[in-house]
Write a protein that binds this ligand. Structure first.
Ligand code: C5P
Length: 234
């Protein structure tokens, strides 16, 4: 399983995202995540521009709709040549299978497809009182992860603290993409349940999504290299 750091390009405009990427040396091409903010601001052209520069892209749009709509939307995203896309496992198995079908290109290739289990902003009270799921959070997450695996998806987004449990339940080849990562001497900000890159490296995490600890660092390139070094040991 390939391990990597994915930088969350949480910038309000394409100009800011591109000037951030300009700071990296030619030949150093970090894996990046484009989320709703940047995608809605700049559209698919931004995806093409960043792809043309040689970056791998996780397009984090978290699709959730009826199976036919998600299938057709995934068909459009597959033509963008991104490397990873996602959806909400709450859309259930039929939607996840339709998404996979839509994402598969005529030549049989497709981006990786992963599922959001429970948003890390959902606390146990909200799970019980608003979503009416009367299970401990960990069990709810694992149940959604198992549905995603049974539907043929490649992995899930989860907290680094849940990654080992997901691996145990769904198999080592089912991969985990984990936000909520902070350097030992860093500021947690609004992330509540955090882990260092070093610990994440031995806790079943395959891809770490890191935003502010890299994008807001005084020297983002040095922060990125530190994250890679601590996580992968290179
Ligand atoms: O700046 P920070 O490292 O907290 O950024 C984490 C990134 O991961 C953000 O883009 C955030 O939207 C995303 N994310 C998250 N928690 C989730 C899913 C995505 O923090 N459960």
């Amino acid at each position: 399983m390939h391990k990597d750091i994915i930088i969350a390009l949480d910038f309000p405009s394409g100009a800011e995202a591109l000037s951030f990427l300009d700071r990296f040396h030619a030949g150093e091409k970090p894996y990046v995540k484009i989320g709703m903010e940047l995608f809605y601001a700049e559209g698919p052209d931004m995806v093409r521009k960043i792809k043309d520069r040689g970056h791998k892209i996780f397009l984090d749009l978290k699709l959730h709709d009826i199976p036919n709509t998600v299938k057709r939307a995934m068909g459009v995203l597959s033509r963008l040549d991104v490397d990873m896309v996602n959806l909400h496992a709450a859309g259930a198995s039929e939607m996840m299978r339709a998404a996979l079908e839509g994402l598969t290109r005529p030549d049989g290739t497709r981006p990786l497809l992963i599922a959001v289990t429970q948003l890390t902003s959902t606390d146990p009270q909200t799970l019980k009182n608003e979503l009416l799921i009367d299970l401990p959070m960990e069990e709810a997450v694992l149940s959604y992860a198992k549905n995603a695996a049974a539907s043929g998806l490649d992995g899930v987004v989860c907290s680094p603290l849940e990654a080992a449990g997901v691996k145990a339940a769904c198999g080592g080849g089912f991969f985990t993409v984990t936000p909520g990562v902070r350097f030992a001497d860093g500021d947690a900000g609004d992330q509540k349940r955090v882990m260092t890159p070093e610990r994440a490296g031995t806790s079943g995490c395959d891809y770490l999504v890191m935003g502010r600890p890299i994008t807001q660092a005084e020297d983002p390139v040095a922060a990125y290299r530190r994250a890679v070094r601590e996580f992968i040991g290179e």
